[in-house]
Design a protein around this ligand. Structure first.
Ligand code: AMP
Length: 189
């Protein structure tokens, strides 16, 4: 099994690069943001609970996220070659719990961190906001999401780095160049 965690700030290209990794390696793609937006769109009890949290650019509580992830992992098809985790884990607590879940299945995950400069992130997200229809792609919420990223998600990189499972990738340049850089790392795993 090949489990990859794409860790990078909002707007760093996690979704775009996940699509390439899925195409190249046949992994299952889990975007926790997409999963939560689906819950909101279907107005499920969970969706109603997380709607305002996401609109404010805050993180959904870890216990809710871990229930979602646990269900997802338990229901993976037997033929799954691995998972690309896009937007998860976003806290060290989530990372520790994911590791436990994977250990029980004799698996592990490696982190690929897409590094993009802050000005570029904001520009990309504002551009995306023109068409995405996402409640959180506006300047005020983008700034909040970046603050949350630095405070709560950046420490996840250090956590995996200490375990020797952290790989930084320059996330600036063309989509194809970045995809090649990611492929080089995955090929070496
Ligand atoms: P994304 O599409 O990955 O940018 O996620 C959009 C929003 O969904 C985030 O700003 C959070 O509010 C929420 N979210 C997604 N993944 C997580 C996670 N792993 N932990 C907590 N909140 C999350």
């Amino acid at each position: 099994m090949l489990n990859i965690i794409l860790c990078g700030a909002p707007g760093s290209g996690k979704g775009t690069q996940s699509e390439f990794i899925v195409a190249n390696y046949g992994l299952e793609h889990l975007s926790t943001g997409d999963l939560l937006r689906h819950e909101i769109a279907s107005q499920s009890p969970l969706g109603q609970k997380v709607d305002s949290i996401i609109s404010k650019g805050q993180l959904v509580p870890d216990d809710i996220m871990m229930e979602l992830i646990g269900n997802y992992i338990d229901n993976l098809p037997a033929t799954a070659k691995g998972v690309i985790f896009d937007g998860f884990p976003r806290t060290v607590n989530q990372a520790e719990q994911l590791d436990l879940l994977l250990e029980h299945k004799h698996q592990e995950a490696h982190v690929i961190d897409l590094f993009v400069e802050e000005d570029e992130l904001i520009e990309r997200l504002l551009n995306r906001g023109k068409t995405s229809g996402r409640a959180d792609d506006n300047l005020e919420t983008i700034q909040k999401r970046l603050e949350v990223f630095h405070q709560q998600t950046k420490p996840v990189c250090a956590y995996y780095s200490e375990k020797g499972k952290y790989h930084a990738v320059e996330g600036m340049g063309t989509i194809e160049d970045i995809s090649h850089r990611i492929n080089d790392i995955i090929a070496a795993l």
